[in-house]
Design a protein around this ligand. Structure first.
Ligand code: SF4
Ligand code: SF4
Length: 350
């Protein structure tokens, strides 16, 4: 079956296999394997160090259907983490010194156990990040959430791919920009991004098309000027993230005939300095079913941890996960291009 048809099918397994096949075929087009490029820069294998962050994907349900979404999330998805797997996450956390729980989705707040889980993680004294799409904070049934997040001192990292309405809506859907501005004002009103409040609010930018993000510091200043002058909005940081050649963005690249050029851009922009801080070296990613991955992107490609390691959170110890070899592939070029890319933005500062 043609690749695009499979990608559109929505069957997660067929989809992941199909994406891996596309990335694998690159070898025939002369694009080196990621391992070969690492070796060429003196890195025999990529290994993790001590873990600082547990990234928990609590489900694929979302109130939006963004064009670049690497999770393929949307309102019709039904995959949600169960209480049993949340409890495994809490067990692993309590047995470790991991300081941060980074909750993502979908729209993580749509998992009915989101607020309970946040409360339990905070009870353990750990920091919580909510990867929020902003619009959920103004959706019917969820308007209490801004106050909940503030009360529990949850850091909010929110997607806002542009400070211009047309660009933002083109990527995330009609009306998303205005709802996002409304949500940011609500968060500011509760103290987010205000001095000495302890409430952190950061924004995420990713390019609209197949290009690398611009300089993070300069773009942050432009966002700050625009949002402050036009809307009186404040935030702490802007994180620039490279679009990964997977899921909906991969389908779009293939459909528009831009896949080869984008991969060439990523490979030719390989930056050795980004390797030190790759997020897979300090994070473990858990899917809604409790399966373990080196990162959210490997999760979407269904690329498991290396063979000898436990695959499920129910049977893992923290010592299994430190100093582990990381499973890599050609999609990893998305993390090492230019200034590098991670869930907290660029990896190499100017
Ligand atoms: S808001 Fe986030 S999870 Fe939801 S569709 Fe958009 S990118 Fe995907
Ligand atoms: S995609 Fe990025 S974070 Fe994931 S394993 Fe590759 S380099 Fe690491």
């Amino acid at each position: 079956m043609p690749v695009l048809s499979l990608l559109r099918q929505g069957s997660p397994l067929a989809n992941a296999q199909c994406q891996r096949d596309v990335l694998e075929r690159d070898g025939q087009a002369g694009i080196p394997s990621f391992q070969a490029t690492l070796a060429g820069h003196g890195v025999v294998s990529l290994t993790s160090r001590y873990l600082t962050s547990l990234q928990v994907n609590v489900g694929k349900l979302c109130n939006q259907t963004c064009g670049h979404c690497h999770v393929d999330a949307g309102p019709d998805r039904r995959e949600l983490m169960t209480k049993e797997n949340f409890l495994h996450c809490l067990r692993l956390l309590s047995e470790s010194t991991i300081q941060t729980v980074d909750i993502t989705g979908g729209a993580p707040e749509m998992n009915p156990l989101f607020e309970w889980f946040v409360t339990e993680v905070r009870r353990l004294g750990r920091h919580v990040i909510d990867r929020c799409n902003l619009t959920i904070l103004t959706a019917p049934g969820f308007t209490h959430l801004p106050q909940f997040l503030a009360t529990h001192q949850v850091e909010v990292i929110a997607s806002l791919p542009c400070y211009l309405e047309a660009n933002c809506d083109a990527q995330r859907g009609d009306g998303v920009f205005q709802k996002s501005i409304e949500a940011l004002k609500l968060l500011n009103g509760l103290g987010y991004a205000r001095e000495n409040s302890g409430l952190k609010l950061s924004l995420v930018y990713n390019p609209v098309g197949p290009s690398l993000p611009p300089n993070q510091q300069q773009l942050e200043q432009a966002y700050r000027d625009q949002l402050r002058q036009r809307f009186g909005i404040e935030f702490n940081h802007l994180y620039t993230i490279t679009n990964m050649p997977i899921s909906r963005f991969l389908a779009d690249l293939l459909q528009t005939g831009r896949y080869a050029a984008y991969m060439a851009l990523l490979v030719n922009s390989f930056n050795r300095d980004s390797i030190e801080n790759l997020m897979c070296r300090s994070t473990i990613s858990i899917d809604w079913q409790g399966n373990l991955y080196d990162c959210d992107f490997n999760q979407m490609l269904d690329l498991p941890l290396i063979d000898k390691l436990p695959r499920h959170i129910s049977s893992v110890q923290i010592t299994d996960l430190e100093n582990r070899e990381i499973t890599v592939g050609r999609h990893c070029y998305g993390c090492t291009a230019g200034a590098g890319s991670s869930c907290t933005g660029s990896l190499v500062r100017d």
